[in-house]
Design a protein. Sequence first.
Length: 130
Amino acid sequence: MQLNVQVQTLPYQIERKLVAPLDPVPPPQRLTAYADALGAQVYEPCAATDENAGIFYGSSLRAVGYYSSDEPRADFPLLRLAGPLQLAVLAASPGAPHCVIHAYGQPALAAWVLPVADAFAAVAAGVPHR
């Protein structure tokens, strides 16, 4: 499976830097490599000044977690890591509650996300997430 992205057409240098080495890599390893690169090259240097860094890094961890067959057996460690990253920017970003809800979107983690789902329902009543 190829990434199907023309690296040279990506508009931002950071995207080209993160995606280019991953094109020939199989999906599970590609997701992990992307999350690792996003954490090191975007989240760590930018989290203090850009709330989107946490949202994107958390989303990449969520993707790895949902793709991994080991995640449920290990009690969802990547989803548990993604949620707090995104919870940290709840007040600063209107998109963060939606990301948090999906980070904790497993029955075993539902109690963690109910307050966020209720708050999200207050601002996005037409899109139930509970």
